[in-house]
Design a protein around this ligand. Structure first.
Ligand SMILES: [Fe+2]
Length: 161
């Protein structure tokens, strides 16, 4: 599996700075964190789901979207802008500093934009990516689940995809 774009993203100075800042902001967070473990879990689960469902998708697009999908979190903490909205512009700026084609960039930004919305009008890949974001969480063993504001339909109580 070739992940050229994803590897450009993890080495992008702005991406490194933003994810480092996010790790720092969330260091005492009792709820799910938005860290590299989460990003890679989302990517791996999405790739598994695509394989299981026979969805043809570019793994580099999936990994790149997973790396970027929560990048707007800092803006949400500091200005209140929803992180999917803030993430679109930040992800676009980071992708502009890579060798990403316009077609791939559009696909990645669609995944970033739609990862929070349980909307019936979405592509198969967007559906899988949305599910992977939820299934990456271990609500079944979370010590903070009583205080968590996630609605039941988003919570993950099972192992498996
Ligand atoms: Fe996420």
């Amino acid at each position: 599996m070739k992940l050229e774009l994803a590897n450009q993203i993890i080495n992008n100075p702005r991406y490194v700075r933003l994810t480092g800042a996010l790790d720092y902001i969330e260091k005492d967070r009792i709820f799910c964190r938005h860290d590299m473990e989460h990003f890679l879990n989302v990517a791996r689960i999405a790739v598994i789901l695509c394989n299981e469902r026979g969805i043809e998708a570019d793994a580099d697009v999936i990994y790149s979207a997973a790396l970027l999908h929560d990048i707007g979190r800092i803006a949400e903490y500091t200005s209140g802008t929803p992180h999917d909205e803030a993430g679109i512009s930040i992800a676009g700026e980071i992708l502009a500093q890579t060798e990403c084609s316009e077609a791939k960039k559009a696909e990645i930004l669609r995944l970033v934009a739609s990862h929070r919305k349980a909307d019936a009008h979405r592509s198969e890949l967007e559906t899988v990516f949305y599910l992977a974001d939820k299934k990456s969480r271990s609500c079944f063993c979370c010590a903070a689940r009583e205080q968590c504001n996630w609605p039941e339909y988003k919570r993950n109580y099972e192992i498996g995809v």
